[in-house]
Design a binder for this molecule. Structure first.
Ligand code: NCD
Length: 322
């Protein structure tokens, strides 16, 4: 572990990012993205696969995981990453705070957290813009772990990292994103990072779920017919239907939706020869992806979760000021 820590400290110092907070993919330069990936590779190689998962890189610091919306993967991987790095990591569920129960304002809550002198805040909130607002009120760095329909930058970093591991580069790769683009913060960040890294992006799904002017704003292609959209693509990326954001009001029935947009073997066979299937989770089986594909050898869904831990180890070690 001692040798590991020496190497890690050297690598972290060498890869200092240009940002203090991670709110949007727009905040990151290409260089920042490469640095994050380099440190992620390091953790993948030397750390979690080893026997000893615990080190003291962030010893003496504290991290608050502040989640106003449900989460399995994001919250646990941030919590585990903080703990593996030796930081005191606590979880706060928005539901039990004075803000939700006693009417304390968001700004007052932010100032209270600030007074506790946490060294980093990870924030998930149902309203777009909340992480940015909080970051303006407190001294500690803030990581956006998903804000409403807006962005989920750490998920997009995991996605881009997974594609890069698979194909060596993102440049020129053909990716189709299918589903509830309108309500998906994952899509918001994913499209941004894919365009930034030079991939070709097509989006598919019901017309009612396409954000207005998405083609011009993000320079992506739209192909409503998913059977055509999959042709020769390197990556088929499915988004979860956001039921909690009223998604079911946008198409006639779930059965109809699944028939048109599920990733099944037929559609996978129309994609490029070594295409992979991705999804940020949680997956609605048989609606987003058929079980045989989800559990098949082209699926990278579980690898994405593993990469999520490594990437969050990298991000915390790069953003916490020690
Ligand atoms: C996503 C989220 O909550 O934004 N989950 C995740 O972090 N992997 C995606 C989703 O819930 O659909």
């Amino acid at each position: 572990m001692m040798r590991f820590e020496k190497l890690a400290k050297h690598l972290i110092a060498k890869n200092k990012l240009s940002i203090d907070n991670l709110i949007s993919i727009d905040d990151l330069s290409l260089n920042d993205i490469e640095k994050i990936f380099e440190v992620t590779d390091f953790f993948k190689e030397y750390f979690v696969r080893g026997k000893n998962k615990k080190c003291s890189l962030l010893k003496g610091t504290s991290i608050i995981n502040f989640f106003f919306e449900e989460s399995t993967r994001t919250r646990t991987s941030f919590e585990l990453a903080g703990k593996h790095l030796g930081s005191d990591t606590i979880n706060m569920s928005g539901k039990n705070t004075s803000m939700e129960k006693k009417g304390e304002t968001l700004i007052d809550t932010a100032q209270t957290i600030n007074a506790l002198q946490a060294d980093l805040i990870i924030l998930r909130h149902g309203k777009a813009g909340t992480p940015k607002l909080i970051a303006g009120e407190i001294d500690a760095p803030v990581i956006n772990a998903g804000d409403g329909w807006n962005e989920h930058p750490t998920q997009a970093l995991i996605d881009a990292y997974t594609v890069k591991k698979e194909f060596g580069s993102l440049k020129g790769k053909n990716i189709v994103i299918v589903g509830d683009v309108l309500h998906s913060r994952v899509a918001g960040s994913l499209i941004r990072i894919l365009k930034k890294t030079g991939a070709n992006v097509t989006i598919s799904g019901p017309k009612t779920m396409m954000p207005e002017k998405v083609e011009e704003v993000f320079d992506v292609k739209i192909e409503y017919d998913f059977d055509k959209a999959v042709e020769n693509k390197d990556v088929l990326y499915s988004l979860r239907l956001q039921h909690e954001r009223g998604a079911q009001g946008y198409f006639p029935s779930l059965r109809e939706y699944a028939k048109r947009y599920v990733i099944n073997e037929d559609r996978l066979n129309k994609a490029a020869k070594d295409a992979i299937v991705m999804h940020p989770g949680p997956v609605n089986r048989e609606i987003d992806i058929r079980t045989e594909v989800l559990e098949g050898d082209r699926s990278r869904v579980f690898e994405m979760v593993e990469n999520g831990l490594h990437l969050r180890l990298a991000l915390l070690s790069l953003l916490v000021r020690t």
